[in-house]
Design a protein around this ligand. Structure first.
Ligand code: HSE
Length: 430
């Protein structure tokens, strides 16, 4: 039975994603109504610049007063696609105070304040859905929260930032340096004028925090995620990666410790073997590789950004939240019952690729090898290339604690024969 009274939606923000949400709500209105069991009506659109022409949106719906829109008494669901911390946070709390469920695409806010937002939603008996906050169109949050709710996720490794994947893919395929590849990404509209959030890994770290919470049923915040950007990755690193049968990706990696008592969450560039499924993720695509105890290895792949792809995820949430409203129920809330602590980077265990510039004379290799041994880091392979009394030394280690590797590098820097540490990169996915 179709309910005739529509569910009313307030759209907070009408930029690249918001305008696509409005367009799809209008063009797919009949299908959405049939799937939900009631029509959904765009009842108001809160924007910063009301004078901007918004094709397909009735100007009478546009307001600059988002708070008044939420308080007017007839809104069932708010879609927050403003981004950033404020005013998004205050508006979401206002929505909950007024009986309004929320669909949000706001990774920064969820990574910083997810626990408080979930608590407010729970206290009000309302929904907070956020599929679009991580990896755009890719169904990931709901599969992890719901489809895998009966399993145990041990590891998540993903490419969750399209801009940096585009840059690294260009560097890999053309031999370009970082700046050249960034310039191309900017010219093509993949990178923003200020690319800091992407290239320094902040965007990926926010998504990593959200995924860590879901994967391990604990609370992880942006500050818990170790973060290294990819601005230092060089053409020489790619050449070295190729020699090892690897490529380089900016990865978000979330792991349950071997003893199950803690988790780690990190974002950094890493070498991965070309045989790993994530190595074939090209251009601005995202992909997330999930390892669960019973399910085994799952890979989620698709467009991680862009107006229409992100709107697809928002609309999926809108349908779910509207169905819940009609059923007078709510979907799953936050699941943080394990309260597993997030360990520091020093506790991470992985392999490393270290590139050193050294003097080319007797005993240098022995000195370098001794330094690794003194810190309990076992060497897997060494490659040396000499020229004019200098040599470039590439050491690949077996698995070691990150703290032990940091100690090794600190000691290597103090050796007279080591002219410099050209690069340190983790090796993952083997
Ligand atoms: N800037 C992000 C990316 C999309 O490049 O993937 C939004 O999170």
């Amino acid at each position: 039975m179709m309910r005739t009274r529509p569910l009313k939606v307030a759209l907070l923000g009408c930029g690249v994603v918001g305008s696509e949400v409005a367009r799809i709500m209008t063009t797919h209105a009949e299908d959405l109504a049939a799937r939900i069991g009631a029509p959904v009506e765009l009842a108001g659109v809160a924007v910063r610049r009301p004078s901007k022409v918004r094709e397909g949106i009735d100007p009478a719906l546009v307001t600059t007063d988002a708070t008044a829109l939420l308080k007017r008494g007839d809104i069932d669901v708010a879609i927050e696609v403003i981004g950033g911390i404020e005013p998004a946070r205050a508006l979401i709390h206002t929505a909950f105070e007024h009986g309004i469920s929320v669909v949000s695409a706001n990774k920064a806010l969820l990574a910083q304040d997810g626990a408080a937002l979930h608590a407010a939603a729970d206290a009000a008996g309302l929904d907070l859905y956020y599929e679009a906050a991580v990896a755009g169109a890719i169904p990931l949050v709901r599969p992890m929260r719901e489809s895998l709710a009966g399993d145990k996720i041990n590891r998540v490794m993903g490419i969750v930032n399209g801009t940096t994947n585009f840059i690294l893919d260009k560097m890999d395929s053309t031999g370009a340096g970082y700046q050249e590849a960034l310039d191309e990404a900017t010219a093509l509209g993949y990178a923003e004028a200020d690319p800091t959030a992407d290239v320094e890994g902040y965007d990926a770290a926010a998504k990593a925090a959200i995924l860590a919470g879901i994967a391990f049923h604990t609370r992880a915040r942006l500050d818990d995620v170790y973060r290294e950007g990819m601005t230092e990755v060089s053409a020489a690193d790619f050449a070295s990666a190729k020699r090892m049968g690897c490529t380089i990706k900016l990865l978000a990696i979330l792991e349950r410790a071997a003893d199950g008592q803690s988790v780690t969450a990190r974002v950094h560039p890493a070498m991965i073997p070309l045989s790993h499924p994530l190595a074939s993720v090209r251009e601005a695509y995202n992909a997330v590789f999930v390892e669960a105890e019973a399910a085994g290895r799952l890979m989620f792949y698709g467009p991680g950004a862009g107006g229409a792809p992100t709107a697809s995820a928002v609309l999926g949430d809108l349908v779910a939240v509207c169905r819940n409203k009609l059923a007078e129920a709510t979907g799953p809330g936050e699941s943080a019952y394990t309260q597993l602590p997030v360990s520091t980077m020093g506790d991470v265990v992985t392999r490393y690729h270290i590139s050193l510039d050294v003097a080319d004379k007797p005993g240098v290799l022995a000195q370098v090898a001794t330094t690794f041994a003194e810190h309990g880091v076992s060497i897997d392979t060494v490659r040396q290339q000499g020229k004019d009394g200098e040599a470039s030394l590439v050491v690949v280690t077996h698995r070691a604690h990150d703290a032990a590797l940091s100690g090794t590098v600190e000691a290597l820097r103090k050796l007279d024969t080591v002219r410099g540490v050209a690069s340190i990169m983790r090796v993952e996915g083997e």
